[in-house]
Design a protein around this ligand. Structure first.
Ligand SMILES: O=C(O)[C@H]1NCC[C@@H]1O
Length: 391
């Protein structure tokens, strides 16, 4: 219908917003190439006294909104998002819940790097920049695994405060086990280490999975890591006194650079449901620093660099203190990186758009993936169909 017809018939052109039944606005950032979709409006406030209760409420009542924000057509399989919540820890400035393609994680370093900047830029914390020497602002973020202290570089540029790099001090991290042999279907025996850096990670050499971080297609690395994750999850029992204990990710360590002479260590992180981290993975780096410290490969205060096998982006990490988690020796690790703004979004759902609604898109993903992975995703397909039907 053109403008003349609309005028002649005394009707007006429909506005997209009139058909919209759901609107969620976001600020988009990324750290080392890994997305950080910060939800700003349109999402319900999860109920619960503590952050883990809030996650429980989200999982139970609003999981369709996680899928709406993360998966296609509004997001994609490797999307990552943050929902800010009021903290229940009096030391915290803000609280954050992390959303990914499978659910909710306990820790996310790349998101903390972005969030530190965001909190300062958005005025979410009170700034005390009166002393001329102020070059860093501290933002304490309560996340599901505990309190993460971020330190945001700030610079006065005329009357504007410019934020930049962020370092964060994570919760005490520790080694669960090392040099354990697990049998992985299709890949044979793999030697793994498991460590906690706010979330649990298993470390494996790329050679054990017969992949090359530089040349293997990422789908191949993700497939191998996913097979390993299943094997480790049933072989190694995990425990943490305060946070839910589950194997969150696999860190595939570049076997050609395991003992980096230049202080740069390469790895690729596959986490949640075969999701690929574009960044070096802040919590994975934290766990790896704990492992390296225990092995004597990293000294207290010594800085090393972790490089993502996916994008080449880097985080710096150092062990800044020793600590304990229950009776286990632990370390406090600091990780540093830079997050960037990449846009703003108004995500909408139009009336009658059943595909845009949520995870129907993931059903399509699995139907496509069956083509490549033969039938090993059959269970996932069935569970997705079940989710769709139960809506
Ligand atoms: O940087 C991190 O810690 C995160 N990146 C995606 C997976 C982890 O949560």
């Amino acid at each position: 219908m053109n403008r003349t017809m609309a005028t002649d018939k005394n009707v007006r052109l429909g506005q997209p917003s009139e058909q919209t039944v759901l609107t969620i606005t976001t600020t988009e950032m990324h750290t080392g190439g890994e997305p950080v979709r910060i939800i700003e409006s349109g999402f319900p406030k999860p109920r619960g006294e503590i952050i883990l209760d809030k996650i429980h409420d989200l999982r139970r009542n609003y999981d369709h909104l996680r899928k709406f924000v993360i998966l296609e057509p509004h997001g994609h399989f490797d999307m990552y998002a943050v929902l800010l919540v009021p903290p229940d820890n009096p030391e915290a400035d803000i609280g954050a819940i992390f959303l990914h393609n499978e659910g909710y994680s306990t820790m996310c370093g790349h998101a903390c790097v972005a969030l530190g900047r965001y909190a300062v830029d958005k005025g979410l914390i009170e700034l005390n920049l009166h002393q001329e020497s102020t070059t860093e602002v501290q933002v304490n973020i309560q996340v599901p695994c505990g309190l993460v202290k971020t330190f945001v570089s700030v610079q006065e540029d005329g009357d504007v405060i410019r934020t930049g790099r962020v370092r964060f001090e994570s919760v005490p991290s520790f080694v669960v086990c090392h040099d354990v042999c697990v049998q992985v279907e299709g890949y044979g025996d793999c030697q793994i280490d498991v460590a906690y850096g706010g979330a649990f990670y298993a470390f494996v050499s790329s050679a054990d999975l017969s992949v090359d971080l530089q040349s293997s297609p990422i789908a191949e690395i993700a497939k191998a890591a996913t097979a390993l994750k299943a094997a480790v999850s049933s072989a190694v029992s995990l425990h943490h006194p305060e946070t839910p204990a589950f194997l969150y990710g696999i860190m595939v360590v570049d076997s050609r650079k395991a003992f980096a002479e230049d202080g740069v260590y390469h790895h690729t992180c596959i986490f949640a449901d075969s999701e690929t981290d574009r960044s070096p993975c802040g919590s994975g780096c934290t766990a790896r620093a704990a492992l390296m410290f225990q092995r004597g490969q990293l000294k207290l205060g010594q800085t090393c660099t972790f490089r993502s096998g996916v994008t080449g982006s880097e985080f710096q990490a150092r062990v800044v203190n020793t600590s304990r988690v229950d009776l286990t020796d632990a370390v406090v690790v600091e990780v540093e990186g830079q997050g960037y703004y990449s846009g703003r979004n108004i995500l909408t759902l139009e009336e009658g758009d059943s595909l845009g609604k949520e995870h129907r898109a993931s059903l399509i993903f699995w139907l496509v993936s069956i083509k490549f992975n033969k039938v090993d995703n059959v269970l996932c397909i069935l569970s997705t169909i079940q989710c769709v039907l139960s809506d």
